[in-house]
Ligand binder design. Structure first.
Ligand SMILES: Cc1ncc(COP(=O)(O)O)c(C=O)c1O
Length: 486
């Protein structure tokens, strides 16, 4: 219903007499200047409101999502996204912004950005922030671009190697490679942390950076991080933190205090924006002072009592380009709302509960699905489906069977350092009842693997489509648009 229609209805209701029922509403047609309108109606499909509502309601439950049920997707932090954040981000003044508007008209938006930058700097212990990157991987890319410019400016063009643990997310080596660096893998030690001796052997005066996730993708804190930072800095490299797992340490530990020079955050994971399916994200890059000049422009800044844009980098600094405008603005609004609503104590409690929930599930499941790196679990843990191989079954079969039982699967086959990996991250907002029900489902599946393996092999049977050839779907997708398929 158009706004005009709504207004007309209320307008006539105010004019009406009590008890008098007016004739049906004649909504005025769109008023285009004469000669511009069509002489005959367009041949468009006609659907009723009920049909439209049913169509979208049906679509909305075809896939699994957080509003349907539990979604323990490790490394992806599929957490509760407060609905109030959506309402705030939907405010007219935010949704109708234009990137080229005069600063006098966008003071509120600039304030949102500057305030968010300041909070993220405080949370990470860093000095400056760019809100431009539109995803975690985009933040990594910017981090690598900044790293390269920093070394080039110092005459260190020969620093071309970026060291990355073998447990890292695939975007880490991809980002380093895109910028022209050579990505090199450092092995994980038996305790699930980076092998510091192997790192020290690899360090040299051609190293540009160590890119490390903390806590890492096994859910374990890199407890020797200060020693690691000293070794990397001594070799003249920068220390980059993939901060996608920040949910584990919010309010407890700051990358800046650990010796990191750069860190990207995933606002769409840690700070309450829905994600998945490639939805809009935000991966701000936070840096120490000496790297600030290499951040992209324009940058929102305070000026007197108000705000403005600083348009260009300091004289002589190469201007980086990472985003057409100033980032995914509405995600920034949601992140600021999330931070302000929870406050310092609330953010710390989010981490506390995320860690408690992961540890609870680990203890409930480790007897049925072994956990190779069980000590020091923070927000997630990685179980293995390797014992199922004896029955000719795999982790993929567990993932598919979970769909039949009403759950989204954990992340599977990642990190690569665990055979038949299942990476489970429950997040802070799930109840004890939900965690127990999920644990029971996993235990049931393990029992079925012994007693009725066919059940797992055939799963899923309750979803709109059964098992897909996922590799083919990725490599040779059939894309349909408006009734036409390629
Ligand atoms: C540890 C880690 N690093 C980086 C990324 C990349 O983030 P994004 O998906 O926002 O590009 C992810 C997300 O999948 C991740 O889990």
């Amino acid at each position: 219903m158009s706004q005009r229609e709504v207004l007309t209805i209320f307008e006539r209701s105010r004019k009406g007499r009590p008890g008098y029922l007016p004739p049906a509403l004649d909504v005025p047609e769109w008023e285009l200047p004469a000669g511009l309108g069509r002489s005959t109606p367009a041949d468009l499909p006609e659907v009723s409101e009920s049909e439209v509502v049913r169509h979208y309601t049906n679509l909305s439950v075809k896939n699994h999502h957080l509003d349907r049920d539990f979604y323990p997707l490790g490394s992806c932090t599929m957490k509760h996204n407060p609905k109030v954040n959506e309402q705030l981000a939907a405010l007219d003044g935010f949704t109708s912004l234009h990137p080229l508007q005069d600063v006098s008209q966008v003071q509120g938006a600039l304030e949102v950005m500057v305030e968010l930058e300041e909070h993220l700097a405080a949370i990470t212990g860093m000095d400056a922030v760019s809100l431009q990157p539109a995803a975690g991987a985009h933040g990594e890319l910017l981090g690598m671009m900044v790293t390269r410019q920093y070394h080039l400016a110092r005459g260190d063009a020969h620093r071309t190697r970026v060291l990355i643990p073998d447990s890292a997310h695939g975007t880490n080596p991809a980002s380093a490679t895109l910028v022209g660096f050579t990505a090199e893998s450092i092995r994980t030690a038996p305790d699930g942390r980076l092998d510091v001796d192997a790192l020290k052997e690899s360090l040299g005066d051609d190293v540009a950076a160590l890119m490390i996730t903390n806590p890492n993708t096994l859910g374990i804190f890199e407890s020797r991080i200060v020693e690691i930072a000293e070794a990397v800095h001594e070799a003249g490299g920068l220390l980059y933190m993939d901060g996608a797992n920040m949910n584990a340490i919010l309010g407890h530990a700051r990358p800046g205090d650990m010796g990191f020079d750069l860190v990207h955050l995933n606002l769409h994971k840690t700070f309450g924006t829905p994600h998945g399916g490639g939805g809009p994200g935000s991966g701000p890059l936070c840096v120490v002072q000496r790297l600030e000049p290499y951040l992209p422009y324009p940058r929102p800044v305070r000026e007197g009592d108000g705000f403005t844009w600083r348009l260009h980098p300091p004289e002589g600094i190469f201007e980086q380009r990472i985003h057409g405008t100033y980032g995914n603005f509405l995600v920034l609004v949601k992140a600021l709302a999330y931070i302000l609503r929870n406050g310092a104590d609330g953010l710390r409690r989010i981490s506390d509960m995320a860690v408690l929930n992961a540890n609870y599930l680990k203890v409930r499941l480790q007897d049925v699905f072994p956990v190779d790196y069980p000590d020091g679990t923070l927000h997630e843990f990685v179980a293995s489906g390797r014992e199922l191989k004896e029955k000719g079954l795999h982790t993929l079969d567990v993932a598919k069977r979970l769909l039949d039982l009403g759950y989204h699967a954990p992340t599977i086959y990642f990190p690569l350092v665990v055979d038949e990996a299942m990476m489970i991250e429950p997040t802070e907002t799930e109840t004890l009842e939900t965690l127990d029900a999920f644990a029971e489902a996993m235990i049931q599946i393990r029992r079925e693997a012994d007693e009725d393996p066919e059940r797992l092999r055939e799963a899923p049977v309750t979803t709109p489509v059964r098992r897909l050839d996922e590799t083919r779907a990725n490599r040779a997708p059939v894309v349909c648009w408006g009734g036409h398929c390629d």
